[in-house]
Design a protein around this ligand. Structure first.
Ligand code: GDP
Ligand code: MG
Length: 373
């Protein structure tokens, strides 16, 4: 074991063996910060050695879903059932050694599903090509966890993702950090801090080498949340859960399993028998939060037959990227009718956030071709 690995293990052990309470919360917070810094160092070294490169997966479609689960739970079977992909299946572990994509249609949107090699404990530390798989997981739009009656340890699976900097069903902490050259460190907050009182926030910041600058808390954040912001390489992804091989479970076993995995609300499916797959696809579609936007050329009716599919939170800019022509350059303004408009036909700029079923007219600068799409 390298000296770095030894330090990491020692701190992990100490955290595990320290009872968390008011008296120890500061100590544990500092240990967690030290650990996060050492893990970042490990990442940097792994990248330098050519590890963590990730698989070359071409993203296509309106969104990408990563199928994440232990080996043999039926990920490849499910992918083959949902899409036209041909992913190898087998009754033994490690069948899927590369990442297989498949495409699914849902309400006018095409959704790419990636069958990942099964995650094994220790993946985030590099076991079983774990680092490469996790690098791909970081780039998806939605995680679909798949478990089966034999592999129900969702917590351990989630922990591997956590270790790779993925935050599941959380929003980014409302903490703003700014770094400057001199003048010391100021910590302020708009709310009372209960987890990071008494100088703990600045102690944690120092572990990350932040000695000059400011930290502003807009929520009562935990040490882990501050560490996430300081580490800076976290991704925040939505996730849903399906339980495969559900035909093997009695109703009461289902109820018990559902209670175990809360707050997830699992969809019970049988990939092999094709049971409840439509329900699962609907859950995937809903979780991706698509919106439909209709383009209306000036002076003409909107094209209601072919909406442009975007993700919730998309702006006029995201729409421009999806339309033919060089609208990013020639764009002047847009007019919007629908839920996102304050009044019908409101004139907006590129940063305007669109809503489902908005109608949009794109206006281009004089001299360029007038009309969008
Ligand atoms: N009983 C049962 N077995 C299934 C189901 N789906 C897949 N399997 C079996 O589980 C084994 C592993 O499937 P595979 O798709 O290769 O799993 P992966 O390693 O997660 O990709 C195979 O023998 C499948 O036939 C299911 O719904 N019910
Ligand atoms: Mg497989």
């Amino acid at each position: 074991m390298s000296a770095l690995e030894e330090q990491i293990t020692a701190i992990e052990d100490e955290i595990r063996n320290t009872q968390y309470n008011k008296a120890t919360q500061g100590h544990i917070g500092r240990l967690r910060a030290k650990l996060a810094v050492l893990r970042l160092e490990r990442e940097t070294r792994a990248k330098g050695k050519g590890g963590g490169q990730g698989y070359a997966v071409r993203k296509s479609g309106h969104a990408t879903v990563g199928l994440v689960g232990y080996p043999s739970v039926g990920k490849s079977t499910l992918l083959n059932r949902l899409t036209a992909a041909e992913s190898e299946t087998g009754a033994y572990d490690f069948t899927t050694v590369s990442i297989i994509p498949g495409m699914l249609r849902w309400g006018g949107a095409s959704i790419q599903i990636l069958d990942m090699p099964g995650l094994v404990p220790g993946a985030s530390r590099g076991r079983g090509r774990g680092r490469e798989v996790l690098a791909v997981v970081r780039s998806v739009d939605l995680i679909l966890f798949l478990i089966d009656p034999e592999h129900t340890n969702l917590r351990a699976l989630a922990a591997e993702l956590e270790g790779a900097g993925v935050r599941i069903n959380q929003r980014p902490p409302r903490i703003v950090v700014q770094k400057v050259d001199r003048g010391g460190l100021t910590v302020s907050s708009t709310v009372r801090l209960t987890h990071l009182a008494g100088g703990l926030a600045s102690q944690i910041a120092r572990e990350f080498g932040l000695h000059n600058g400011s930290i502003v808390f807009r929520e009562d954040a935990t040490a882990d949340q501050l560490i996430d912001v300081l580490a800076g390489n976290r991704v925040y992804l939505p996730a849903i859960l399906a339980v495969n091989k559900a035909e093997l479970l009695t109703p009461s076993e289902r109820t018990r399993l559902a209670a175990e995995v809360r707050p997830f609300e699992p969809t019970f499916v049988s990939a092999r028998n094709g049971v409840a797959l439509d329900t699962l696809v609907d859950h995937i579609g809903a979780a991706l939060r698509f919106i439909r936007v209709y383009v209306k050329p000036p002076g003409q009716p909107a094209d209601r037959d072919e909406p442009v599919i975007l993700r919730s939170g998309a702006t006029v800019s995201s729409l421009l990227e999806r339309l033919p022509g060089d609208l990013g350059r020639t764009f002047k303004a847009a007019q919007v009718w629908g839920k996102s408009a304050r009044f019908p036909g409101q004139t907006v700029g590129r940063d305007h956030v669109l809503s489902d079923e908005d109608v949009v007219t794109v206006l281009v600068a004089r001299g360029s071709a007038r009309v969008a799409a």
